[in-house]
Design a protein around this ligand. Structure first.
Ligand SMILES: Nc1ncnc2c1ncn2[C@@H]1O[C@H](COP(=O)(O)OP(=O)(O)OP(=O)(O)O)[C@@H](O)[C@H]1O
Ligand SMILES: [Mg+2]
Length: 476
């Protein structure tokens, strides 16, 4: 979990301003009770009494979420919704409906509402849905900005990540892509090794030449060798014609040797020769063939260990390991999870021709807490499954694979309350960090603020918001 996530209260933007919610409802009592509930949470609230006024407000201001009543005088909520959508395609809108009006709910969702709340609502659930909708909205906005920046800077807008470690990898990719240097990509299964290999190719001067991928770990030695080097007619019984190998097919481009850690020792020796001088012979051939191929290798095996165990040639390891890129497992960069999730939500909604989907608070929390042994691929599959199985706009944790929701993240709040929302958990952690620091500083707030590198006023606000009881200082 990043420090920023802990330091920024749930209802504030990264810049420290309160998140803004617009309530469009003609009933004073509803407006007031929502205003009180959300105001106490720290949101900045504005209200409008009808759709037209609501649209004006949206025109003039920027909001993080809109609560829109379905039955409004004049233009109904259902008529207003598409007008909001025209201007702000992804601004989250939660519809307020009377209990039991199922048809209206279906229409609202078709018109692009993220979610709906039925009167009388459950405060905790409504707050959780609002937090999750705003959280995902910001992740999506961030995605759009990131993609734009990535597209400008490098040529890989389809790779998502904002963690420090991924940003460093993107820089490295951009730096080494133009050269012909061999690159070794290591990482657990599903961390994006092939994606990075393709990015290296498409950011290189070879981009219009072939990118050829071969799984070197899954083929028997003979077959692999004839696949890589080709063979002449009559080289072996079934060689009825001369066939080009992949080294030749990839000439001028990039050859991606995947799962290199499982390659047999014999083939390793032959590969080593091609890597040294880019020359090789077809099976049964007599003439050497010269190629210009860039090699990218990938493995999820620890190659150093394989060298120690005598399963991988040391000289080949050093030939491959000219530039190495280590892709970290997803569980060590959890801050990338919301962005990846929104990226796949969008992708699979489009692919399945269904309206945009969002994640319920408990589902998002489960995604962030889970350890992802299958990394990004497993996350992608979980989201695809959720999109396909969902009948409404919101994917709840019930639509995630069950092993994903069974795990408890070890924080004290979760131990007491397994249904706590992510934001409550973060607040709980923040509260405990502040109390620890205050205790450490003998309850001197000025010292604590200084050690946290925040203004005293900010610390005081946090103490108030988090209901921290200030203890009397012990005399020193
Ligand atoms: N940073 C990322 N952004 C977007 N999509 C990603 C990212 N990383 C991985 N993916 C997606 O996850 C899936 C798995 O990625 P990829 O095939 O590159 O992993 P891999 O490391 O080669 O896995 P394996 O070792 O199992 O072959 C792909 O669909 C890929 O598009
Ligand atoms: Mg792969």
């Amino acid at each position: 979990m990043s420090e920023a996530a802990i330091a920024t209260p749930a209802t504030q933007t990264q810049s420290g301003n309160a998140q803004r919610i617009l309530i469009i409802d003609d009933e004073t009592a509803i407006r007031e009770s929502l205003e009180t509930l959300l105001g106490l949470e720290g949101y900045a609230i504005e209200t409008a009494v009808n759709g037209e006024q609501g649209l004006e407000r949206i025109e003039e201001n920027s909001y993080d979420l809109v609560l829109l009543d379905l039955a409004l005088p004049g233009k109904s909520g259902l008529e207003i919704l598409p007008l909001i959508r025209e201007r702000h395609p992804s601004l989250p809108v939660i519809m307020i409906t009377a209990y039991g009006k199922v048809d209206n709910v279906v229409d609202a969702i078709r018109s692009g509402a993220q979610n709906f709340v039925q009167k009388p609502w459950d405060n905790e659930k409504l707050l959780a849905d609002i937090r999750s909708a705003i959280g995902l909205y910001h992740a999506e906005e961030e995605n759009i900005q990131l993609r734009r920046a990535m597209k400008q800077r490098y040529n890989f807008s389809n790779i998502i990540g904002k963690s420090e470690v991924m940003l460093r990898i993107f820089d490295l990719v951009a730096q080494v892509a133009p050269s012909r240097s061999t690159v070794l990509i290591q990482g657990e299964s599903g961390t994006g090794k092939e994606l990075i290999a393709k990015a290296l190719h498409s950011n290189s001067p070879r981009k219009d030449k072939p990118f050829v991928a071969v799984n070197t770990g899954s083929m028997p030695t003979d077959l692999l060798e004839s696949t890589l080097f080709g063979h002449v007619k009559g080289a072996f019984t079934s060689a009825i014609a001369t066939k080009k190998g992949l080294f030749e097919v990839a000439n001028g481009g990039t050859l991606f040797l995947d799962e290199i850690g499982n390659m047999g020792m014999d083939t390793q020796a032959k590969i080593l020769r091609v890597l040294q001088d880019r020359r090789f012979m077809q099976l049964g051939g007599v003439q050497e063939i010269q190629v210009d191929v860039r090699i990218i290798a990938a493995t999820n095996v620890d190659l150093r260990q394989a060298v120690r165990d005598g399963r991988f040639r040391e000289d080949l390891f050093y030939r491959l390991n000219v530039i190495s890129i280590d892709l970290p497992p997803l569980r060590s960069r959890r801050e990338d999870i919301p962005m990846l999730a929104t990226h796949f939500l969008k992708h699979y909604a489009e692919e399945n021709s269904v309206p945009p989907r969002t994640l319920a608070a408990d589902a998002l929390r489960a995604l962030i807490d889970y350890d992802w042994p299958g990394n990004v691929r497993e996350l992608e599959n979980a989201i695809e499954r959720g999109v396909v199985l969902s009948s409404g706009p919101v994917i709840g944790s019930d639509l995630l694979p069950s092993h994903l929701t069974g795990r408890n993240y070890s924080t004290s709040l979760l131990e007491h309350n397994p249904n706590a929302s992510l934001f409550d958990i973060l607040e709980d952690i923040e509260r405990r960090i502040i109390i620890d620091k205050l205790e450490h500083c003998n309850w001197n707030q000025t010292d604590a603020a200084e050690q946290f590198h925040i203004p005293l006023s900010t610390l005081n606000q946090k103490i108030k918001r988090l209901n921290i009881e200030i203890k009397k200082r012990v005399k020193e």
